[in-house]
Each structure stands twice: as C-alpha cells, then as structure tokens.
Design a protein around this ligand. Sequence first.
Ligand SMILES: N=c1c2ncn([C@@H]3O[C@H](COP(=O)(O)OP(=O)(O)OP(=O)(O)O)[C@@H](O)[C@H]3O)c2ncn1[C@@H]1O[C@H](COP(=O)(O)O)[C@@H](O)[C@H]1O
Length: 111
Amino acid sequence: MSTHGFTLTSLERIVAQRAASGDDGSYTAKLVARGTLYAARKLGEEAVELVVAAIAEDEAALTGEAADLLYHLLVVLRLRDVPLSAVLAELERRTAQTGLQEKASRVPDAG
Ligand SMILES: N=c1c2ncn([C@@H]3O[C@H](COP(=O)(O)OP(=O)(O)OP(=O)(O)O)[C@@H](O)[C@H]3O)c2ncn1[C@@H]1O[C@H](COP(=O)(O)O)[C@@H](O)[C@H]1O
C-alpha cells in the first residue's frame, strides 16, 4: 500500500479548490452548486452503502465505500464551513476519556 503522505487534510485542500473552481468537469463543484441538502443526502446514501458493504463482509467494497463516505463528508464540511481541523480537535479532546465516560457526560435529551 502506498499513500505517499496523502492524508484527509490533503483531500480537504483538493475539495476546497475544486469547490471554488466552478469547473464543469468537477464532481465536487457540481455537488457544491446543488447545496448542502443535496450533498448531505448523498452523504447519507454513501453511509448506507458502507453499511451494506460491511454486512456483506466484502473488504474491497468496504474500502471503496469508506473512501466515498470520507470524500462526501469533506464536501459537506466544506459547505458548512467546518474545517477538518475542528473535527480532529474534537476527536483529540475525546481521547482524554473513554467512550463510555464521554457518553455519560452528554446532556440528556429533553423529553
Ligand atoms: N475522492 C473523490 C470521490 N469519491 C467519490 N467521488 C464521486 O462521487 C460520486 C458518487 O457516486 P454515485 O454513484 O453515488 O453518484 P452519481 O450517480 O455519480 O452522482 P449523482 O448523479 O447521483 O449526483 C461518483 O461520481 C464518484 O466519482 C469522488 N469525486 C472526487 N473525489 C476527489 O476529489 C477530487 C476532485 O474531483 P473533481 O471535483 O471531480 O475534479 C478527485 O481528484 C478526487 O481526489
């Protein structure tokens, strides 16, 4: 496996550039032009496809669907002006406690 230092931050940069390009040949630009509702719906579809691949125990499909999901997540974050660094900072903050401790610290749902 070779990633040559490619990270989600690298992809975030590409997504930002393509989103701003208005290029007819860019899927990212097309997605962004259709707005958050459409892009978020695509993200949901990709999540469902990932769940199907996970249940099917098909590692190749799961890898592809995970890539689709992460790409679409970055597009939605871009549309809502949430930098990946904010998500990573939140994940880093959570490393201070276990998942169950974090769950217990959440404000309970009203009603
Ligand atoms: N990582 C991705 C990536 N992953 C998935 N996809 C696209 O996401 C789409 C999802 O497929 P679907 O079948 O669900 O959707 P679709 O039927 O093609 O689209 P709709 O007509 O339903 O909207 C496909 O068109 C994929 O090509 C991606 N498109 C772009 N990237 C990255 O973004 C970069 C810039 O891409 P452009 O913006 O197209 O230049 C690329 O070089 C890649 O690095």
